[in-house]
Design a protein around this ligand. Structure first.
Ligand SMILES: C[S@@+](CC[C@H](N)C(=O)[O-])C[C@H]1O[C@@H](n2cnc3c(N)ncnc32)[C@H](O)[C@@H]1O
Length: 257
């Protein structure tokens, strides 16, 4: 067994890590991918901690994670909020097995199911997390239209989701995004984030309070009810390596060896 440290404070155990070099790309489990890309997970850990910490008043919340992966967000959610009920869903059986093996402060209800089915069946929690492997405003309003848009319909306190459009320079798809967002010209990723928040407010009365940029390929959005000024913070990979490392391997990880 290997133990990882998240944000230098909290632990996550891994019982069955193996290299998946010989498994075809689309069949690989996120469990093995994540453990082999600890720099991504490390920056994600600090980014998520910043995103969530003190964002809501301290009171009990119900929480539904629709794509729980290896459980970084699960750990951070339980440590940073007072959770009264935690539903943890995921499509990958290996991830669910790994999550079931952890010791949790609040034992989650685990569900091996697609986010699409889960949102149709259970969409009434206070906190919702949709950690999409790939998304943009284009995907959200097309492929994910029937699942993403309803997330805002039951008066949630917080909706967190992932956008990966910054993987490409804004000049590539910016005009398509601008049309959907009905905004002025989008010249930077910050323009995109602020236009997204305006659009969300016009559509649902929610706005993006915090946006955490992880490296060069993901932004985590945290939206709350009402009109908020969006605070944007960057978490470059090379400055955040100590957000996630395996005990006993910290020197190698942090030296980038
Ligand atoms: C970015 S990872 C999630 C990371 C996770 N939140 C964490 O903190 O460790 C995306 C996850 O979504 C899962 N996934 C992909 N499509 C899904 C779907 N339609 N429904 C549920 N889970 C899905 C993948 O198996 C993968 O584990």
């Amino acid at each position: 067994m290997k133990t990882a440290k998240i944000c230098k404070e909290w632990e996550l155990n891994f019982n069955s890590l193996q290299s998946e070099d010989d498994v075809s790309l689309h069949k690989r489990s996120y469990l093995h991918y994540a453990s082999e890309h600890s720099d991504f997970v490390a920056a994600k850990s600090w980014a998520t901690k910043w995103l969530l910490e003190n964002i809501l008043p301290d009171q009990p919340y119900t929480c539904h994670e629709y794509m729980a992966g290896i459980g970084v967000q699960t750990v951070l959610t339980q440590k940073l909020f007072n959770i009264s009920k935690h539903i943890v869903g995921e499509l990958d059986p290996e991830c669910i097995e790994h999550l079931e093996q952890q010791e949790w402060d609040v034992k989650p209800i685990f569900k091996l199911e697609s986010a699409q089915d889960a949102i149709k069946d259970s969409n009434d929690c206070d906190l919702k997390f949709l950690d999409l492997p790939s998304s943009s405003i284009l995907k959200i309003t097309r492929e994910w239209k029937d699942c993403f848009l309803p997330l805002f319909e039951n008066d949630p306190k917080l909706v967190v989701w992932t956008d990966t459009s910054i993987t490409y320079h804004i000049s590539i798809h910016g005009e398509k995004y601008r049309k959907i967002l009905e905004s002025d010209e989008l010249l930077t990723k910050e323009d995109y984030i602020r236009a997204y928040s305006e659009w969300l407010y016009k559509k649902f009365g929610y706005s993006i309070k915090r946006a955490a940029i992880r490296g060069r390929n993901a932004v985590y959005f945290a939206a709350v009810k009402g009109k908020e000024e969006t605070i944007i913070k960057e978490f470059p990979l090379n400055e955040n390596l100590n957000g996630f490392y395996f005990l006993g391997e910290e020197r190698a990880t942090l030296d980038g060896l």
